[in-house]
Design a protein around this ligand. Sequence first.
Ligand code: MN
Length: 169
Amino acid sequence: MPDGGGLIYRVQKHAARRLHYDFRLELGGVLKSWAVTRGPSLIAGERRLAVAVEDHGMDYADFEGVIAPGSYGAGVVLLWDRGTWEPDGNPAAALASGSLAFTLHGEKLAGRWRLMRMKPRPRERHVSWLLIKSQDAAARQPGAPDILDERPRSVATGRTAEEIAAAAA
Ligand code: MN
C-alpha cells in the first residue's frame, strides 16, 4: 500500500541471533529486502554490507514486536524508519543490472543512495550488496554523529528495542 502515492520504504531494526537492520523497498507488490549488518550510514561514500534476503509481503511493512523463539527471525523488531522511495529510471532493470540509484524520503534517512551488487562468491547463499549514501545535502561528513546512535527509537511508537521486548514479556 503506497504512502501518499509513492513506493514505500522501511527499515526494521532486528535484534535476532545477530543484530541487523532490514532495509526494505517496495517493488512489484513486495518488499525487496536486504539485511544491513552494521546498519545504514549517512556518511557519503561509506559502504555498508547489505545481504539480499527473501522478499517480504507488504503486510509486514509496519510490523513491530517480538518474534517468538524458534520462529524464523526470532527476536525483537523495531520500526526504525519509514517513508517512500523513488528509483532513478526502471528499478527492476536496475536491480537486475546490480546497480540501483534512488532517493529516500524517510523520517531518518533521506536524499540520494545507491545499492551496488558485489561479485558473487562460490557457495554464497545470499548475494551481497553495498548500501552507500551519495553526497548531497542529506549526507553527513566523516566524524559526524551516527544516526543509528542518535535516533535509536521506533518511528511508530517512540520505543527502544528494550521497551518493545519488555512489553511483550
Ligand atoms: Mn531480519
